[in-house]
Ligand binder design. Structure first.
Ligand code: RIB
Ligand code: CA
Length: 329
């Protein structure tokens, strides 16, 4: 089942898994990616913004990229070069096919959502700083976003600390604003993304492909390996690609509606997504949180999308006619 005709904005901190998520999103022909907003996260903004352009250039799609927040709302910047490499895509060198937009992400997000109330689906794959700034800046933004799907958080566990997932940990105040803004929201957290493992053999094979996109996807993913050397891992967790796949096909996951708030004060649990599983707060659920995953169908969709680039142009993932879409600017 697909959700055709959607108008998508992707907000990301292009790093390795964001890059693969963009390649997946570009392959899906039944929606229109209106723009990409970059945020500091895995690596600083001076890498994440051009990395979005590099990946679109590689995929042969000129999608406008808007520069967003270079710092969290209030905290010191916390990045993950030791995982994603200094340049954010594992040291892989890729050409820049076009320039970043002059308009800043905050202006773009509020303008497009305001002009298309209820119509825009935002997929956020990094810290929520850009989204929080839009909520703070435009009083109507929250009620006008069609839907927000985030890769972030965890009902149980963490990867930045024992308690917190990286995207939330990097800017907990931004996350708290977004989680409490009343936006219809799906949280694709570590509870499912840590299970979305791509076997090393797959991307090892991709590294030998004669197709530049498939080969580059393999090289970018292979650079991740160093991080797992010495740790018994069956593969690489596809955190951001899973969040994109859940928007392509929501039946890939099962969800629970929960009240979730963000810890911002604790010295040991800052950035924790605190889920009211037993309904003890008496607060109404604000988040649809992913709890189950159809791993087999997700991996099939993801692998077919990436290998679909060897069939030539983007859009080979699912071939369907595309209705005319008219945007209000
Ligand atoms: O915790 C994983 C998330 O943090 C992913 O989005 C990864 O790209 C980093 O942003
Ligand atoms: Ca990310």
């Amino acid at each position: 089942m697909s959700n055709s005709g959607k108008r998508i904005i992707i907000d990301c901190d292009t790093g390795i898994d964001d890059a693969l998520a963009l390649l997946l999103a570009i392959q899906y022909p039944d929606w229109e990616i209106l723009g990409i907003t970059a945020v500091s996260g895995n690596v600083p903004l001076e890498h994440t913004a051009p990395n979005c352009i590099r990946i679109c250039t590689l995929a042969g799609k000129k999608i406008p990229v808007y520069a967003g927040a270079a710092q969290p709302l209030y905290r010191e910047r916390h990045t993950a070069e030791m995982v994603h490499g200094k340049n954010g895509i594992g040291g892989v060198e890729l050409p820049l096919g076009y320039d970043v937009e002059h308009e800043l992400a905050l202006s773009y997000l509020t303008r497009i959502v305001h002009a298309n109330p209820g119509d825009i689906e935002i997929i956020a794959l990094g810290p929520l700083t850009n989204i929080a700034q839009a909520v703070l800046t435009d009083p109507h933004f929250s009620e006008q976003v069609g839907h927000l799907t985030i890769m972030g958080g965890a009902i149980h566990g963490g990867n930045a600390t024992a308690a917190a997932e990286f995207n939330i940990y990097a800017d907990p105040e931004a996350a708290r604003i977004v989680f409490n803004a009343g936006i219809p929201m799906t949280m694709v957290g570590l509870d499912v993304t840590n299970r979305a493992l791509l076997d090393y053999k797959i991307f090892d094979r991709w590294r030998n492909s004669d197709n530049a996109v498939v080969r580059t996807a393999g090289e970018i993913l292979y650079s991740f390996r160093h991080f797992f050397d010495g740790i018994e891992m069956e593969g690489i967790a596809l955190h951001d690609p899973l969040a994109v796949a859940c928007v392509i096909d929501p039946t890939l996951i099962t969800t629970r509606d929960l009240f979730i708030d963000i810890e911002t004060k604790s010295p040991i649990a800052s950035g924790k997504t605190v889920a009211d599983e037993l309904r003890v707060t008496g607060k109404e659920p604000n988040i649809s949180a992913a709890v189950g995953l159809d791993l087999k169908r997700f991996l099939k969709l993801f692998i077919e999308a990436i290998e679909g680039y060897s069939q030539g142009v983007p859009g080979s993932l699912i071939r369907r006619g595309r209705g005319e879409t008219k945007l209000v600017f």
